[in-house]
Design a protein around this ligand. Structure first.
Ligand SMILES: Cc1cc2nc3c(=O)[nH]c(=O)nc-3n(C[C@H](O)[C@H](O)[C@H](O)COP(=O)(O)O)c2cc1C
Length: 370
């Protein structure tokens, strides 16, 4: 028996197992629209047996995209291309969520694989550049643009942009929404004293710095269907003595739970000043601390590609879901291969797409390993 491959029910949604594809920016959209790349990239994970696939950080407004190549859900025209991805993932038995995001002062950045676009690149990729926004006019680092500090009215507009994007996500057929409150992006900038230098109701005390996150959570929960789960990804700590700490995350998670959130996706880091110390399964203790401290389900992520680590995180009740990003890119068949390696062969053949399961069974029989 495997706990990692046991189902999990959250409200009206049952995931076939606990393996999740973590949201991953593909920098491959134009004008925020999904295309064939997103269909094939995300669809392949559903074929490989993941229980849940989460679409990359998707801008709730155009200036909230990390780059001009990021997905968006600020206009109705962006619904249909995403629905195509949703329908395919569902056809393979996986669930699909979308990460709704605002990059704040980390917006308008260059693509990692095209750091210096020339005129031809810019024309081909619908290049855009803009002034980012943030809680305070403090840049992310020495090379970043100085952001515009948001007024109270502008903060309310961003909250509404999250709500409208969630309504569009429902129209696209998504099973769940994950609110992106992590990695030094806009809401994390409000949470962390490293970026939030405001002296109004959105700055200063922890209660004030949490205000935007809680307002967004509450407003989105109100429009997101009762039978569908709502997640938030948080940076459980900034890895800096003057920054946000795990104890703060436990308080935040408790407040989010009180507003109807179903699970906290526990990541960390995102500020230039922070010094992250990664290692295998290094964020499991954060998921465990939040799970026990706030009595809410958690997802762990970060160097979880070793199947033993993934299985243990679930069986030892440190997390309820395990998310993979780079290991999933490296092996989109990670779930079926992990099941096979664990000796759960009939289950693995059944988890494969029907076009592959019988053939892989034949392969193993031919090799006399069945
Ligand atoms: C190519 C790439 C794109 C990413 N984009 C996002 C994103 O859109 N949203 C997010 O919350 N994290 C993003 N991340 C972080 C991953 O979701 C994950 O938290 C991190 O890579 C650690 O997991 P891993 O060790 O399994 O890769 C990205 C990571 C990679 C490698």
């Amino acid at each position: 028996m495997s706990d990692l491959f046991s189902p999990l029910t959250l409200r009206g949604l049952t995931l076939r197992n606990r393996t999740v594809v973590s949201p991953m920016c593909q920098y491959s959209a134009q004008m925020g629209l999904a295309n064939d790349w997103h269909l094939v990239h995300l669809g392949r994970f559903a074929i490989g047996g993941f229980g849940l696939v989460i679409v990359e950080a998707t801008g709730v407004e155009a200036r909230g995209r990390i780059s001009y190549g990021c997905l968006g859900l600020w206009s109705d025209a962006q619904i249909e291309p995403l629905k195509r991805v949703v329908d395919f993932v569902h056809s393979q038995g996986a669930a699909i969520g979308i990460q709704l995001a605002h990059a704040g002062r980390k917006a308008s950045s260059q693509l990692p694989f095209l750091p210096k676009p020339n005129a031809e690149d810019k024309a081909r990729h619908s290049y855009e550049e803009w002034t980012p926004v943030a809680p305070s006019a403090v840049p992310h680092d020495a090379r970043s643009k100085v952001p515009h500090a948001l007024s109270i009215e502008e903060i309310a507009d961003i909250r509404e942009a999250f709500v409208n994007a969630a309504i569009r996500a429902e129209r696209a057929g998504f099973d769940l929404v994950e609110l992106h409150f992590a990695h030094g992006y806009l809401v994390n900038q409000f949470l962390s004293p490293l970026a939030n230098k405001r002296d109004d109701i959105y700055g200063g005390s922890r209660e004030n710095r949490m205000r935007l996150a809680l307002e967004i959570a509450e407003a989105v929960r109100r429009v997101w269907p009762e039978d569908k789960p709502l997640f938030a990804r948080i940076s459980t700590q900034d890895w800096h003595p003057d920054g946000w700490q795990v104890e703060d995350s436990i308080v935040l998670a408790g407040e989010l739970e009180a507003r109807g959130l179903d699970l906290i996706d526990c990541s960390s880091g995102g500020f230039a000043e922070g010094k992250v110390v990664p290692g295998p399964a290094y964020q499991v203790p954060f998921a465990e601390a939040v799970r026990k401290g706030a009595n809410i389900r958690t997802m762990t992520v970060g160097l979880m590609g070793d199947p033993d680590d993934a299985e243990k995180a679930i069986s030892e009740e440190k997390a309820d879901l395990v998310a993979l990003a780079r290991p999933a890119l490296d092996d989109p068949n990670w779930p079926v291969r992990t099941m096979t390696a664990a000796g759960l062969k009939p289950e693995a053949y059944a988890l494969h797409a029907k076009q592959a399961g019988y053939a892989v069974r034949g392969l193993h029989a031919a090799l006399d390993s069945d």
